[in-house]
Design a protein around this ligand. Structure first.
Ligand code: KIV
Ligand code: ZN
Length: 517
């Protein structure tokens, strides 16, 4: 492979992706995703924004303990405190990068930063120099580069290269550029920078062009693409990793000689894990990983595919690790077969977690005849957690709905004691959640409630995802519940959210201020 055509994949699911409304994740969940990203072959994992909160700092620190092949990166504004926190959070990383940024567009400099262009350059240079004292691998981003002026971009890039930046990121922060314009901008910057640093792009999807803009950038000299699993990210999201990678692979005639280090067979498992943890499902017709991406509905298409797969398929489902959701195990399967299947699915669990998962699997297999890969994935992603279970659901009874007022009796274990209470609500779910609030003494405000079937069949598992703000806290937390019974899944999800909230206290604070950056 010609190294000049190696395209580095920088995944920001855990940072920009987490900025998607409702996608906040707890530390354990971030660790699971980071481990999967490493399996996927991502070059750089942006694990968070260390200065944003003690929770973010801790998550980065913990991710450094489990990731040894990929580079772990923390974002930092171009201010000392952020860079010091980023450096400290990465102290134990085998390979580390600090990613610092400041806005460079006239509109951001004048209205947001209230700084002159010269001041912005001074800040950028100081930030890169400070970052260099923690690691050689320093990335600098010109925020809102898509609306910045070319002479100023060249000037600031020269200055940060001189200060030691090794990767220069050109974000289309507001998703404004068209592919051809993006390509031209990258071509000019690449010609200016030459071999002095790697040019990276970070494209947002406000006009649905993030992937196209990233691909045009690669063809014009970018050697790093910043992207997220399922295209998660601020507002309309970032370029979807799976789309960028599969476009380059499928159209290798155009991307001749270009390569990423991605093991495409891990794309589908990564997408499922991120969807299970964030509760944000890709739209069914989403390219590569949507439910319908490889489904053929029309008779003509089905006939064509049966005669010759390539008539209507430009990629093979197997290439992204999508095996036709095969039936795996049943209630008579033993521990050994279960453990083997976990390994085949790419899970690397501790003996205790395998035991926990096996117990859950047995309970499930007792109720559900057929268990599919997606059931197992969901069970591991949502039910095997190292978060302290301050509250545990012991029992749930629902009153006959036809009798009038919806009511629920809930039994919860807390501090070794079982507490039962009953209450009413506007509906059964409301009754369950209000009763849990009363027992725990924490008031939850339900921001979002979603239910869907995992895999197939009338006895499909119900997966419930809730988004709840407890005790008027500014941040909502996510909870997941899995069960054949939707009410039970709802109660589990709500208690999961409560446990997640309690595990994050008192670190659940927000970035304090913008300090003009
Ligand atoms: O969109 C953006 O500009 C960013 C930067 C922090 C890289 O996310
Ligand atoms: Zn961004």
């Amino acid at each position: 492979m010609n190294d000049k055509k190696r395209v580095y994949i920088f995944d920001t699911t855990l940072r920009d992706g987490e900025q998607s409304p409702g996608a906040s994740m707890n530390t354990e969940e971030k660790i699971k995703i980071a481990a999967q990203l490493q399996r996927l072959g991502v070059d750089i994992i942006e694990a968070g924004f260390a200065a944003a909160s003690p929770g973010d700092f801790d998550a980065i620190r913990r991710i450094c303990e489990v990731v040894d092949k990929s580079t772990v990166c923390s974002l930092a504004r171009a201010i000392d405190r952020d860079i010091i926190q980023a450096g400290e959070s990465l102290a134990e990383a085998k390979h580390k990068r600090i990613h610092t940024f400041i806005a460079t567009s006239p509109i951001h400099m004048e209205h947001k930063l209230k700084m002159s262009p010269d001041e912005v350059i001074r800040r950028a240079v100081a930030a890169v120099k400070l970052a260099k004292s923690f690691t050689d691998d320093v990335e600098f981003s010109c925020e809102d580069a898509g609306r910045s002026e070319m002479p100023f971009l060249k000037e600031i890039l020269d200055a940060v290269i001189e200060a030691g930046a090794t990767t220069l990121n050109i974000p289309d922060t507001v998703g404004y550029r068209l592919p051809q314009e993006m390509g031209e901008m990258i071509r000019e910057l690449h010609a200016h920078v030459g071999e002095r640093a790697i040019i990276s792009v970070h494209c947002h999807n406000d006009l649905g062009l993030a992937v196209a803009n990233s691909l045009f950038s690669v063809l014009n000299g970018a050697r790093q693409v910043e992207c997220t699993i399922n295209g998660l990210g601020e507002r309309a999201g970032n370029a979807a990793l799976e789309e960028v990678v599969m476009a380059m692979k499928t159209r290798s005639d155009v991307f001749k000689g270009y390569d990423t280090g991605i093991n495409t067979k891990e794309i589908y498992p990564s997408s499922r894990l991120v969807a299970a943890i964030t509760g944000i499902e890709p739209q069914p017709n989403k390219a590569i990983v949507g439910k319908n991406a490889f489904a053929h509905e029309s008779g003509i298409h089905q006939d064509g595919v049966l005669k010759c797969q390539e008539t209507y398929e430009i990629m093979r489902a197997e290439d992204i690790g999508l095996e036709t959701n095969r039936l795996v195990l049943g209630k008579h399967s033993g521990r050994h077969a279960f453990k083997e299947r976990l390994e085949e699915l790419g899970f690397d669990l501790s003996p205790e977690d395998i035991e926990k998962a096996f117990e859950r699997f047995k309970v499930l297999a007792d109720k559900k005849k057929e268990i599919f890969d997606d059931d197992i994935r969901m069970l591991i992603a949502n039910e095997i957690t190292n978060i302290p279970q301050a509250y545990e659901l012991v029992g749930l009874q629902i009153a006959d709905c036809s009798s009038g007022v919806p009511s629920a009796a809930v039994t919860i274990r807390h501090d070794g004691e079982e507490i039962t209470d009953a209450g009413t609500g506007d509906g059964t779910i409301d009754a369950i959640f209000k009763t849990i609030d009363r027992i725990s003494g924490h008031q939850g405000l339900l921001k979002d409630y979603r239910v869907e079937a995992v895999s197939q069949g009338k006895d499909a598992l119900a997966k419930v995802v809730v988004n709840v703000k407890f005790d008027n806290n500014a941040n909502a937390v996510i909870g997941h519940g899995l069960s054949i019974d939707t009410m039970l899944a709802s109660a589990k999800a709500y208690i999961g959210a409560l446990n997640s909230y309690l595990s994050m206290l008192p670190s659940n604070c927000q970035i304090d201020d913008c300090e003009g950056v």
